[in-house]
Design a binder for this molecule. Structure first.
Ligand code: CU
Length: 182
């Protein structure tokens, strides 16, 4: 870009110089800077095309929708699959109609369901029964009955990751497995 600008600048400068030194050829001279400028728009287009090439393998985006089942402590999907490294957007809808039955969606490290649930319980209702930590890979807010919550995260390394609801007592029943493929 800088080169193109300086070329245009020099061309303009030469044109001005020409018009001053030779009045007879002053009319055709100013016509040359526009000719020089004209190819310039092509250059950014080429640059854009070049920068688009590396993003031929962009971050894959995955939409996941999950819900709770009626007034139960269960997710409607107990198996989800995403590729590693994907940007995952989870929308979770609570189909509960009881104020005492609230849910969230929390992705945890394998084997850490009980620990994460216990830590959330200790945090209490004001914290949405969730204690952020290294074993919490993704989490939504606690959804009110009928409400929808969401979260976005980058899919971790390939493996099987449990997801749970951390509302007190729910995680034993309310769980599923997110499989992250290579
Ligand atoms: Cu729940």
């Amino acid at each position: 870009m800088r080169k193109l600008f300086s070329v245009a600048f020099v061309a303009a400068f030469v044109a001005i110089g020409c018009s001053k030194s030779d009045t007879g050829e002053s009319t055709p001279a100013p016509a040359s800077p526009p000719a020089t400028v004209a190819p310039t728009p092509a250059a950014p287009a080429a640059t854009a095309a070049a920068s688009a090439a590396p993003s031929a393998a962009p971050v894959q985006k995955v939409e996941l929708q999950i819900a709770s089942v009626g007034n139960t402590m269960t997710f409607d999907k107990t198996k989800l699959t995403v590729p590693t490294g994907a940007q995952v957007h989870v929308t979770f809808k609570s189909n509960s109609s009881q104020d005492v039955l609230m849910h969230n969606w929390v992705l945890v490290n394998p084997g850490k369901e009980a620990a994460v649930a216990a830590a959330g319980l200790a945090k209490g209702a004001d914290a949405g029964y969730l204690a952020p930590g290294p074993d919490v890979l993704a989490s939504t807010e606690m959804a009110k009955p009928g409400g929808t919550v969401e979260t976005t995260f980058t899919a971790p390394a390939p493996g099987n990751y449990p997801y749970i609801c951390t509302f007190p007592g729910h995680y034993i029943m309310m769980k599923g497995v997110l499989t992250v493929t290579p």
